[in-house]
Ligand binder design. Structure first.
Ligand SMILES: [Zn+2]
Length: 289
């Protein structure tokens, strides 16, 4: 009998091996996750908890190329108090732990050359710093958009709930942060491309090879339900800018058949975008278990 197909968490692209790691399970308010989309549409497609939150994951990606090891988005990490763990349903059970996940992939923390932070919201950057208050990857250069550093340090009323200075300060103190003013090439073919909309500098991470392109979508497309263009989170700083960014990048990814790497989807981290009659949808990649 054939085994049930399961969502793929690993793929090869040219000389690169791309793997979905596990950091945590958590939950955010369903209404905030889907912005102007009425609940009657989204509640058919996701479980909803009693407190109206929906289940989400944080999925760091391990990219290994010729002689280079990269972690994209280190997760929300373990430095959380009882109250936040309760509000956001943060759970590291069932193997959801970045360090365990890296160990299972055979990668030592000191082997990581680059850690890419698409932006500095706490659910993306919390894992950059270990429980000892030091950068988690002792040898790595950390990359993020300069405008995100400013947003994190500014702590104005619009942004303060989304950032924690303690996720950033240890990187600044250790001198391991590359705060880039615009798009930056981190390794051959691997680029950080700030686009904005969701936050001041939220970025895509593009891996372009002769065999095709992979894209890490961060909060531009946080889950497989956010592929349709109007499904924009209410968390986004500027929905009009998010729309412009998504209208530029999602059709391109669909047209060119990019491998799409998702961060928050609790079920399917890896897939492609498909266009049908001007609408965009998700097509997950599955493998035999
Ligand atoms: Zn975010």
């Amino acid at each position: 009998m054939d085994a049930e197909p399961v969502a793929a968490r690993e793929v090869r692209l040219g000389p690169w091996r791309l793997r979905a790691l596990r950091d945590a399970r958590f939950a955010l308010d369903g209404g905030a996750m889907f912005g102007v989309v009425p609940r009657v549409f989204w509640e058919r497609q996701t479980p909803v908890h009693e407190d109206h939150t929906i289940p989400l994951a944080t999925t760091p990606w391990l990219l290994q190329g010729e002689g280079v090891t990269v972690v994209v988005e280190p997760g929300l990490g373990r430095r959380w108090g009882e109250k936040e763990r309760r509000i956001y349903h943060i759970s590291h059970g069932g193997g959801h732990d970045l360090q365990e996940s890296l160990a299972a992939a055979g990668v030592d923390l000191a082997e990581v050359d680059h850690c890419i932070l698409s932006h500095l919201h706490w659910d993306h950057a919390g894992g950059a710093v270990g429980e000892d208050g030091r950068p988690l990857f002792p040898r790595a250069r950390y990359w993020c958009p300069e405008v995100e550093v400013q947003a994190c340090l500014a702590r104005d009323h619009l942004r303060r709930a989304s950032y924690r200075v303690e996720d950033l300060q240890p990187l600044l103190d250790a001198g391991c942060l590359e705060a880039v003013p615009g798009a930056a090439e981190i390794a051959p073919g691997l680029r950080l491309v700030p686009v904005g909309g969701h936050s001041d500098g939220v970025s895509l991470v593009l891996l372009e090879t002769a065999e095709g392109t992979a894209c890490f979508w961060s909060d531009v497309v946080p889950t497989r339900l956010h592929v349709p263009l109007p499904w924009i989170m209410a968390y986004d700083l500027c929905a009009a800018e998010s729309w412009r960014v998504r209208e530029e990048w999602i059709p391109r990814a669909a047209r060119e058949g990019w491998l799409c790497l998702l961060y928050h989807d609790p079920e399917e981290p890896l897939g492609r975008f498909r266009e049908e009659g001007g609408r965009f949808r998700w097509e997950g990649i599955f493998c035999k278990s």
